[in-house]
Design a protein around this ligand. Structure first.
Ligand code: SF4
Length: 426
């Protein structure tokens, strides 16, 4: 049985986003003045190389090589870039770094689920979870440290937002997972067509997607990804880049609590699958469970889903529905869910998620019989409604939301925090 001790909640979380003086656009800041290349597209890397003194042609070529080593090969040391001239490698190392989020703690569940507590270079903690299944392995990626929203079933909702994660910190999670799973290609690895720069004469590494552990990504960790749209978009573009991590957009899902004004843009500019944290079918209950509903109501949300670019029966929208005892789990709720999906003609599937309570949580999980009855009604209407098997319960990683082990907040403290966030939400 692996070590299953509970993870401590990250320390005190600031009430407001931390200002980031001297931030160069798209660049994760570092105290030593070097620039972290992780999170930057090829073009930006070339610009930085040129600014650092290379001529335009060399900068472009080096950027192409370095990009390949960073995102396709996963190297973390310039010395390992064997097709870059030996004398050039210290020049790069003096000016640039290849960052990864720091691992504060790694946990391994008895069911194979793995969870990491990670730290940014400026000392903020966030989480990432890997969930292996028979036919796939899904990495649940965070987009923010904390969250501005306060979905009541979600432990992250009890934290204040510290700041958005940068593009590098988002794509860095995927790279760190590949490090941990040992999924970078083996071999020396020069780029085809660039062998004029190959000093060491090593061969290219084999790189096959067959048999990979990490096959899917869900933006469903800490934070609301559509409230950090630009960084999430840029990170996912790097994940999808055929010269880099090369994951298909069909294997990436972005989950939103319902930031309606950004949904179409998400479909157009990122093009990944969409999941929506629906969790309730009446205004009264959704206002309580997912308070952004007060701003963007159910009808508006479902219309945005109906308009989502690229949604079809082959690429259905997933509706996440956490099962909360006596709150959203009646037969009537199930029938209303079916009615809404049909009314908006949504190519939909519903994920039913048994609630995984934490100390101080305001809800209990529905009984297995109730979850089954709810699922049966939705299935009977021709809509897929699988019950998601709780995973990683022994490391507190289930329910589709990353949650830190519960900090002992009193109910009164939670209520105060909820009230503050609701006020901020308007
Ligand atoms: S469910 Fe997502 S959007 Fe809602 S509070 Fe949790 S992290 Fe934030």
């Amino acid at each position: 049985m692996p070590d299953t001790k509970l993870m401590q909640i990250p320390g005190h979380i600031d009430p407001v986003p931390v200002p980031r003086p001297g931030l160069v656009e798209g660049v994760t800041p570092r105290e030593d003045g070097r620039v972290d290349l992780i999170g930057l597209p090829k073009k930006r890397i070339a610009e930085l190389f040129e600014t650092a003194g290379l001529d335009a042609r060399a900068a472009k070529l080096r950027a192409k090589q370095v990009f390949h080593w960073l995102y396709h090969r996963g190297v973390i040391d310039f010395e390992a870039m064997t097709d870059i001239a030996k004398a050039m490698r210290p020049w790069l190392a003096a000016r640039f770094v290849i960052g990864r989020p720091e691992i504060v703690e790694a946990q391994h569940s008895s069911d194979g689920t793995r969870k990491w507590l990670l730290r940014t270079a400026d000392g903020h903690d966030f989480e990432m979870v890997f969930i292996p299944d028979a036919d796939r392995g899904t990495l649940c990626v965070s987009s923010q440290v904390g969250c501005t929203l306060n979905c009541r079933f979600c432990h992250t909702g009890t934290m204040r937002l510290v700041r958005n994660l940068t593009t590098g910190e988002i794509v860095g999670q995927v790279m760190l997972a590949r490090d941990a799973l040992g999924e970078w290609p083996k071999g020396g690895g020069t780029m085809a067509g660039l062998d004029d720069f190959d000093e060491d004469g090593e061969d290219g590494g084999s790189y096959s997607s067959d048999g990979r552990l990490l096959t899917n990504i869900v933006m469903m960790g800490m934070g609301e990804p559509l409230y950090n749209f630009d960084n999430v978009r840029d990170a996912l573009r790097l994940v999808m880049d055929g010269d880099g991590l090369a994951l298909s957009k069909r294997r990436i899902t972005l989950s939103t609590s319902g930031v309606v004004p950004r949904m179409a843009q998400c479909g157009e500019e990122i093009g990944v699958n969409l999941a929506v944290s629906l969790h309730a079918v009446t205004k009264e209950v959704r206002d309580e469970i997912v308070p952004i509903n007060k701003k963007y109501g159910i009808e508006e949300l479902l219309q945005a889903c109906a308009d989502y670019p690229g949604a079809s029966n082959a690429r259905r929208i997933t509706f996440e529905y956490v099962m909360l005892k006596d709150r959203n789990d009646s037969d009537e709720d199930a029938r209303e869910l079916v009615r809404l999906i049909k009314r908006y003609k949504l190519p939909a599937k519903v994920n039913l998620i048994p609630f995984n309570p934490w100390p101080g949580a305001p809800y209990e999980c529905s009984s297995p019989e109730r979850v089954r009855a709810f699922s049966d009604i939705v299935f009977a209407a021709g809509i897929s409604a699988p019950v998601r098997t709780p995973r990683g319960r022994d490391i507190d990683a289930a329910c589709g939301q990353l949650k830190t082990a519960a900090e002992k907040k009193s109910r009164a403290e939670l209520e105060r925090l909820y009230a503050e966030k609701e006020k901020a939400l308007g």
